[in-house]
Design a protein around this ligand. Sequence first.
Ligand SMILES: NC(=O)c1ccc[n+]([C@@H]2O[C@H](COP(=O)([O-])OP(=O)(O)OC[C@H]3O[C@@H](n4cnc5c(N)ncnc54)[C@H](OP(=O)(O)O)[C@@H]3O)[C@@H](O)[C@H]2O)c1
Length: 307
Amino acid sequence: MLNNLPYGGESVKLIISGAGGLIGRQIVSEMEKTGAAITRLVRRTAIADRSEVCWRPESGDIDGPKLESHDCVIHLAGESISGLWTKAKKERILSSRISGTDLLVAALSALKHPPRLLICASASGYYGDQGSAILSEQDTAGIGFLARVCSEWESAAVRAQEAGINVIRLRLPMILSSRGGALAAMLPVFRLGLGGVLGSGSQYMSWCSLDEIGRIVRHCLERLDLSGPYNAGTPTPITNKVFTQALGAFLHKRTPLPVPEFLLTLLPGDMASEMLLASTRMHPVRLLESGYVFQHPDIASALRSAL
Ligand SMILES: NC(=O)c1ccc[n+]([C@@H]2O[C@H](COP(=O)([O-])OP(=O)(O)OC[C@H]3O[C@@H](n4cnc5c(N)ncnc54)[C@H](OP(=O)(O)O)[C@@H]3O)[C@@H](O)[C@H]2O)c1
């Protein structure tokens, strides 16, 4: 059993929200390799002998005292951004993250022994649509709905610092996996040979394989000197056109059918301009400076790992 994490006690004690989601399951599996003791924050009734603690972010309930005596919290929970962006959906995307983070931070801050570290998910959407500009952690938040969600989500997490908790904000890119997320949604279309670029295809997308994210979180836990925002995409963002060609080549399928921009803009709630056509070329400056080495920095090897 691996146990090289720099925490006191026999093994690091973690709390994870959103542990049942795509990224949460990967982090649980990566951290279990280190012998970490994992407590899951769940929205249903908690099963005590499975190390679960109940919280209900919508109603502001959390079983706070059970959060005592943990080393670190990994906060991933939030309404999925996939699905049609109706007004109600957008409200849930925002409020699940802000009120959920407020609730968690208040509960952690009230503990006799707060954890030393909170790792809070954020997203490349923080930067909004910025064309081909290379974006480092020093760049400010962009404009638009996702930028606002990420910016308010991060601000809510940062308030944990007032209780002496170190906060890492991981700006996650599109995560490549066949088990969920954007790539899994595209696969059936590409496998039928019906894939194609979105709009002009010139928009940049930041990306990372799912197993890489598990290793990045572990890197953050192993190093005690990391703090603040970290871009968690590979140093090699690509345009939608290059991605489309790479996925087609990997699947041995042609990608003949571009989806015209005007069709995409029929989607409700700015989905097209914010998710499909927005260009975000994020560079992981601080992660590289911290010594993290990406295992799958090129799209072909990441697709092999994901698929
Ligand atoms: N996957 C990506 O490409 C990507 C990219 C950038 C950022 N992110 C962010 O990273 C986080 C984890 O992503 P993921 O792909 O693992 O997401 P996911 O598979 O959708 O899982 C999210 C988890 O959040 C909880 N959840 C769902 N709806 C919620 C709500 N209304 N209120 C509170 N909790 C809710 C669920 O946990 P329970 O049902 O157990 O409570 C779920 O397991 C998300 O916040 C996401 O926005 C993901």
